[in-house]
Design a protein around this ligand. Sequence first.
Ligand code: HEM
Length: 517
Amino acid sequence: MDTWHIFLGSILLAIPLILLLRGRKGGRLRRGATLADRPALPSLKLLGENNNTITRASYGPVWRLLRRNLVSETLHPSRVRLFAPARSWVRRVLAEKLRDESSSGGAAVVETFQYAMFCLLVLMCFGERLDEATVRAIAAAQRELLIYRSRKMAIFSFLPSVTKHLYRDRLQTVHAMQRRKKDLFVPLINARREYRKLGGEPKKESAFEHSYVDALLDIKLPEEGNRPLTDDEMINLCSEFLDAGTDTTSTGLQWIMAELVKNPAIQEKLYKEISATKGDDQDEVSEEDVHKMPYLKAVVLEGLRKHPPAHFVLPHKAAADMEIGGYLIPKGATMNFMVAEMSRDEREWEKPTEFVPERFLPGGAGEAVDVTGNREIKMMPFGVGRRICAGLGIAMLHLEYFVANMVREFEWQEVAGEEVDFAEKNEFTVVMKKPLRPRLVLKTTISTRLLKRDLKIAQAASSGITPRGTSLQFTTTSREGWRNRVKPHNNTKEDVIVITPIASQKFSLKDTRTTKI
Ligand code: HEM
């Protein structure tokens, strides 16, 4: 989704939306399709790509088909529910990695957030839980291409017939990157073709019932003789899905957690809401729980208000001449909106530089704010109108679910020398210039709960396996082969406990037992 940065190289008419709204509040402009188109991207042809992605497609039938396909086939609430086990798995992966990080002082959490979001989106995209090396290879391929395109491709917007010769080496580099990505994606798409052909048989533990690729395989383009998507088009759509849903969410998580580190009283208040909604004996804050937590939602909204991951939306194109706040916008002009300026505007928000989730609670000034912009627009972290983020619902769910579970599991503390700094840096999204490095302290209630459970398992396993009183270190390995140092709480029947005596006890390998429970 390199178009995020293309606005820098194109004619940018950045207009504070407040101005726009003052002129047109509730007017035709907001409801109509006047700004629903996207400007063309001249470099696409040189890259051998077309406009058949949701973000790039012109406002028309192809865009409608592709967008409807994503929203109603993969991101429809009934489909999103099918991925609940995947989210739960990623939550455990995230918690385990954070625990590892936490033992080494200030934890570098950003990379962990990014990896976790990739695990989840890759699974939703290809319908399979992939190993860490493959997920990381996909993330690296996506990132290198995204960065290279955003930094080096803008030049081809100017006189492409000349620049393609002058900068041939850049085109060669980007083609090599595309090939690397193709090598990773095509086998996964083919595996899905095969899986569908066999009607989902044999049942693979790691395969999910539905994936974004499945929905793409069903598409026929009516405008083009009802042909299916080509592999290259599928790869671009998968790429778009991954780019759109990973960095945006991990950046959002980083800013929200940074605010919670900086504001321990808010973190405590959130923790109390979580504890009151969910009992200590439960494994996780479930998705049903998060819907019952108004303060959690307020924290996430306040995070998105103060730190929208994208400070601009994707470029829009004016479909007709229009006048906004006294400015003439000619037909065909590229427009963008200053998302961050808007939600930090002192005329609209009281003390906008402060982090005050309470403003979104009943009685607060932001109580009636609607992020979809259907009533009025005071903030638009997901854009508004027909090109509003197609993943808004699932993005909010991911933010709420992961924030709640991370706060439940750890106390997030500021570390001396690694103080939270809210300076910004422009990457694909607007990230923290000095990455967040908090101290993560396991919540005592959870540690106690684990201790008791550990003890039970140690006793159950001690007969005939280890001498009484031996301290045990154990990991759990699920049937699919992924390992957790701490057993998942709610899945005891399915797990195999691998009991590994601590090295100092001088046990040989044969003393290690696996026990089904
Ligand atoms: C916190 C997370 C997210 C944020 C802040 C965010 C923000 C945005 C923004 C600002 C836009 C541009 C809107 C415009 O041009 O007016 C956008 C577009 C889009 N987003 Fe998101 N997004 C997030 C997560 C996701 C997720 C999880 C997905 C899908 C899995 C997704 C899919 C899309 C798509 C397909 C578009 C293009 C819409 C179109 O052109 O019709 N986004 N998003």
